[in-house]
Design a protein around this ligand. Structure first.
Ligand code: SF4
Length: 219
């Protein structure tokens, strides 16, 4: 009994320290979700629209929750909203979004057949890379989205989406081209469309990855 009490005290101390660290980083609100509470995508989107779990809520024009078929077999996960996405509140609507739409169509889908979202739901200023504290604060929304949609295949685009879903710091070049496991779902890492705009030579590699996804989905 004494051991259990000591352990509990230690956990409470650790949580207090964690909250203090987050507060110093500018995170003002803490949100603890009961494990048994299964939300709908609409409920989750509502939570995101009022979310203040990291400082990005201060500079966003619109949160960008996600878009597409709520029962999609295929989910694309990117990094974070950019300027166009922040303006419109929709994921992948800029130049990188146009390229992603063309990739989706080449795979034999319409954009509305799949689901598209990002790791971060609010735009980092000047499109800088997401900070670890921001990813930590936001990733629960992505994991909940995937849990609700239950796709057959997840395509994670770029290193930040791969870090979150593979749970480790990986090089895209090393992990792309083969399926990984995400809680029993096939996960295909590939390059981000924004990377392809800067490095068109990598388009062929992405197409190889997408062909494997199509085979898995029998397209
Ligand atoms: S980025 Fe995510 S955690 Fe941060 S305020 Fe936006 S929704 Fe909340």
């Amino acid at each position: 009994m004494k051991e259990m009490k000591d352990e509990l005290k230690q956990i409470i101390r650790s949580v207090k320290m964690y909250m203090e660290t987050e507060r110093l980083c500018g995170i003002e609100d803490f949100f603890v979700q009961p494990l048994s509470y299964q939300r709908t995508l609409e409920q989750l989107e509502q939570e995101v629209s009022g979310c203040r779990q990291c400082p990005l809520y201060k500079s966003r024009k619109n949160p960008v929750f996600g878009q597409g078929n709520q029962k999609a077999q295929l989910v694309f996960v990117g990094e974070a909203p950019g300027r166009d996405e922040d303006e419109q509140g929709q994921p992948f609507v800029g130049r990188a979004g146009e390229l992603l739409t063309r990739i989706i169509q080449a795979m034999g889908f319409k954009r509305q057949d799949v689901y598209i979202c990002n790791v971060l739901k609010c735009r980092p200023p000047e499109n800088r890379n997401p900070l670890p504290t921001e990813i930590f604060a936001c990733r629960g929304y992505l994991l909940a989205q995937l849990d609700i949609i239950k796709p057959k295949v997840i395509c994670c685009m770029g290193k930040f989406a791969c870090h979150v879903l593979l749970g480790e710091d990986v090089s895209i070049s090393k992990v792309r081209g083969k399926f990984h496991d995400y809680n029993g779902v096939k996960l295909m890492p590939t390059f981000h469309p924004a990377y392809l705009l800067r490095n068109p030579g990598a388009k062929g590699l992405v197409w190889q990855d997408m062909q494997k996804v199509m085979t898995e989905l029998k397209k």
